[in-house]
Each structure stands twice: as C-alpha cells, then as structure tokens.
Design a protein around this ligand. Structure first.
Ligand SMILES: [Zn+2]
Length: 428
C-alpha cells in the first residue's frame, strides 16, 4: 500500500467522524441487557439494515437450543460478509452486542448516549458498542476507497458474551462460521485501549465444594456434625497454604493488571445451614446444626499450568483437612472450565495490527493478556482459529462501571488502525 493510498483512507475515516458518533449513539440506545437478553433481534435488524446498505450480505442467526435461548429471550446473532471481488483472505471483526445491567451510581441516562466533549456516555459504550461502531466505519471506509480488493470482510455482532458466549460465538463456531477455511484473521474490538494488542487470556476453573455433616438440635451440637465448621477448616487451610502457593506461581504472559500475572483464586459465594428467609419474614431461625455447606471457587490459571494439576491441588488440600477431622466428608463438583489461550506474537494479524498502530499513533504497540476470558476462547477451541486478537478503543477499567463512556478520538484512531489492517491484508 502506498503512502498516498493510506492517507486517502485515513482522511476518509476522519470525514466519517459524525457518522461514527451517531452510529455509536444508536447502538447504545438499544438496551441489549444481559441477563436476561433483551432487544437482541432489534440490534441485529438495525445492523442488518446498515450493513446491507454498505453492500454486505447479511445473515441473522438464532442460537436455537443454546444455553439462554428461549421464546421470550431468543439469542440472535448477525454475520455480515462483503466480497472484494478477487481471491484472498477473510478478515473478520467480532463484537458482542450484549451489555451488563446498569447498576447504581449513574449520573447520566445509561441509555441516553449523551455526548459531552470527547465522550459518549452509556451502558455498553466502552464494552463494546464503541468498538463495534469503529470496526463498521473502518470497513465502510475501506470499501469506499477500494472498490475491488482481495478476499472478504466480515462483521459479526454476537449474543451473550457477558454470560459465557454460548448463545453467541460458541454457537456460531460450532456451526462452522469461524472455520479456518472461511475466516483467516479475527479482530475482537474489546476495550483494551487503542495502542495495545491483546493476545489472549488466562484459564478458568469453576467448581463447587461441599462439606457434609449431620443435622441435630442446636442446643446439643455434639449430637450432630457441623458442615460449617468443616468448611471453616477448609478456608483456614486455604489461607495457610493455598493462597501463599498461588502467589508464587508467576506467568510469562503479559497479563494486565500486573496483579493478575499470577494464579488467583476467588471464593464467589458461601452458603451453609438453614437458608436465609425472604425479606418480610418476621420469625426467628430454627436451632439446627448445619449439615451442608457449599462454596463456589473461581480459579484463574496460567498458560504454564496444567488444568489437571490445578484440580489436584484442591483435592490434596481437602485430603489434608480430612486427615485431621475424622468425620469429614466432602464433594468437589466441576462447573465450568476454559483453557488459557495466547496468540503467537508473530501471527499475521498481530504483526499487521502492530504496524498499523505505529503508523496511526506514531508509537510502538503494547502487548497484553486479559485477566478474564472473552469470546476468543470459542474461536480458538471450537473454531480452531489461532490467528485472533482483541484490539479496540476504550479503557477496560470503565467496563461494567456506572457512567461508562467511550472517547470519540480513541474510536476514530482505532477505526484508522483497523482500516489500515484491512488495507495491508486485503489490498496488497
Ligand atoms: Zn466485552
């Protein structure tokens, strides 16, 4: 690509700034709340109309039978494809269209999409409707300046990323939409900041641990066996040995923030004994020895770790507790697991994006790995496509917060980076 072609493309994107803002506002104003999964069809139809006008062929795909899909809340996805007219690779931009609940603390209308200075406020502005809008503007500008090009461009807007992506990217990947024969490069415009390339994420293991006891009258606890006291011993053992051990496990992955560059464990919840009564119940609790206690653990593991060993660590800990407590019984139930993934720094999509960042921003690209997972897990594992990154505008810390916003200049700059990626991969 000549410098002249590149500057024409970048100038074209600058001219589309008002359109970029209006598109982002329109997307924010469709409240695609998940859970339960509202307005998925509305946002897909809006995008179908827009991309259809730009010459894309559009498919609306419902993830029938996937987790979360129901008659009341159907899981709708959109895949739009534009052919360049000459043989070549396909570059795919994947954004999730769902947003999380608004929560408390907003000082603006979460779905008003107010523009104040360089910012657009609203739930999903940063995570990740701003990134979706930037990728659409990038594609439209590239197509306008390159009537014929090699390969194809795809834009997808998918459901349920915030709740695991099973009715979204996982479903599409199972149906072959990300098969390496039809898609060769994937950019997920999650808000990782306009000068950074996100190569992947840590692994996840969720499990429920239950301790078991025997119910008895609370005035004679020696006749029962307290599952809560057993769980107390489990938690004490975690504090004494497990948390210190996890702190020593460090990764070579460039995870951000720095604190997540090690193995971590969160105890999501704890429940034991009699259930809490509904609000408004005016009675007293009954005196019972708790016979069951459960915790849910969320273990994030590193690419250097083995999932089987991660699980054995917990079993060993439980056995240590058991050795000191004659009546101790427990059960560990797997709930959910995701393998860690990290795209090679030499992969074509990484190198091309790094060069584009340098050209647009005049600085070297940073490389990061996400502490939590996102839809790359499905593209990698089900889709078998390794040439995938997350790259998009926005500040990750603002995601899921009150008064979430996206910077307009950041969106424009990332749209320019994405357009240059298209130019280098498809116009060469
Ligand atoms: Zn997101």
């Amino acid at each position: 690509m000549s410098d002249k072609t590149a500057s024409a493309l970048l100038a074209d994107i600058s001219k589309r700034r008002d359109d970029l803002v209006a598109l982002t506002q329109d997307l924010i104003r469709i409240p695609t709340l998940n859970p339960p999964g509202r307005n998925y069809l509305e946002i897909c139809e809006y995008l179908a109309e827009r991309l259809g006008r730009a010459g894309f062929t559009v498919d609306l795909i419902r993830a029938e039978g996937a987790w979360g899909d129901s008659a009341a809340y159907p899981r709708w996805n959109l895949v739009a494809r534009h052919e360049g007219g000459a043989p070549g690779d396909c570059v795919h931009f994947n954004s999730h269209h769902d947003v999380v609940e608004t929560g408390h603390g907003w000082t603006r209308d979460p779905f008003g999409a107010a523009v104040e200075g360089d910012r657009i406020y609203g739930r999903g502005s940063c995570d990740m409707k701003g990134g979706l809008a930037a990728s659409i503007i990038a594609a439209e500008a590239f197509i306008a300046t390159h009537p014929v090009y090699h390969g194809a461009i795809e834009i997808s807007a998918t459901a349920d990323e915030e709740s695991g992506g099973f009715g979204g990217v996982a479903y599409l990947a199972e149906q072959g939409w990300f098969a390496p024969e039809r898609v060769q490069h994937v950019i997920i415009p999650e808000p990782l900041h306009k000068d950074r390339i996100c190569l992947g994420h840590r692994g996840v293991w969720w499990a429920e641990i239950e301790t078991k006891g025997r119910i008895a009258h609370g005035s004679m606890p020696f006749l029962g066996d307290s599952a809560v006291r057993h769980m107390g011993a489990v938690l004490a053992e975690m504090e004494a040995t497990l948390f210190p051990l996890l702190a020593t496990k460090r990764t070579e992955m460039p995870v951000i923030p720095e604190g997540a560059r090690q193995s971590t464990l969160n105890i999501n919840s704890i429940h034991g004994g009699e259930a809490e009564q509904e609000a408004g119940y005016t009675g007293m609790p009954a005196p019972c020895v708790p016979d069951r206690c459960r915790i849910v653990i969320d273990r994030r593991y590193l690419i250097e770790e083995d999932l089987a060993e991660v699980k054995r660590e917990i079993t060993r800990l439980m056995e240590t507790v058991k050795a000191a407590r004659p009546s101790f019984e427990y059960e560990i139930r797997d709930m959910f697991e995701v393998r860690p993934t990290m795209t090679d720094k030499d992969a074509p999509i990484v190198r091309t994006t790094a060069r584009a960042i340098e050209k647009v921003l005049g600085q070297q690209a940073g490389y990061v790995v996400s502490p939590g997972t996102y839809d790359q897990k499905h593209i990698d594992r089900i889709g078998r496509l390794k040439n995938c990154i997350a790259y998009g505008p926005g500040i990750l810390d603002l995601a899921h917060q009150p008064d979430e916003w996206i910077g307009i200049q950041d969106m424009e700059d990332s749209a320019k980076v994405m357009a240059l990626v298209l130019a280098e991969l498809l116009a060469g």
